[in-house]
Design a protein around this ligand. Structure first.
Ligand code: S3P
Length: 177
């Protein structure tokens, strides 16, 4: 049995969907941002300020390597930038069934409005930044995913059902003789 690995841009709903999936399958939920924050005893935004983005990216890469060594299955939500490091990509695929939660810029703007916790979107021009980053990141997210789920205008419950059905089918397929 494999992990469920959620990828996608900030505000795509990885944490909300991840928690609901973990309830549904009764398996633990882990958010890589939260693990790193706990380890560093600092918010992601503070890590960016104090050590710089590259150091944060290295922390993500190290955490992925550690996750690959573990047994059991979990729902894992990855930070939106994790797939962008080339060396992380094989590790992400090897972790489990990869689900891309896709969202349009409008949806992302709406979900992140008033949220100041994302250092990459600070300093104005958020919409343009989102559009530009989605152009770069979208193809990478898609190339890694076993399933892409459009989340715009959908209730989280429906997104969870869609992923849950896909995951069950994928697990059954693997256990067939
Ligand atoms: C980032 C996404 C954030 C966090 C950091 C950088 C990114 O995680 O890792 O602010 O580069 O897209 P979420 O996708 O969970 O918001």
């Amino acid at each position: 049995m494999k992990n469920i690995v959620l990828i996608g841009y900030m505000g795509a709903g990885k944490s909300t969907v991840g928690i609901q999936l973990s309830d549904r399958f009764q398996i633990a939920f882990e958010d890589t941002d939260q693990v790193i924050e706990k380890r560093q005893n600092m918010a992601v935004s503070e890590i960016f300020e104090k050590y710089g983005e590259e150091s944060f990216r290295t922390m993500e890469t190290e955490l992925l390597a550690q996750m690959a060594e573990r047994k059991g299955r979990r729902v894992i939500a990855l930070g939106g930038g994790t797939p962008m490091r080339f060396e992380n990509r094989e590790r992400i695929k090897a972790l489990g069934i990869v689900i891309y939660l896709r969202a349009r810029p409008d949806t992302i703007m709406e979900r992140l409005s008033g949220d100041m916790s994302r250092p990459l979107l600070r300093g104005g021009g958020a919409r343009q930044k989102i559009e530009q980053m989605l152009k770069e990141r979208g193809p990478v997210y898609e190339s890694l995913s076993d399933l892409t789920v459009d989340t715009d205008g959908k209730a989280f419950e429906n997104i969870v059902d869609e992923i849950g059905g896909f995951y069950e089918a994928a697990c059954n397929k693997r256990t067939e003789p």
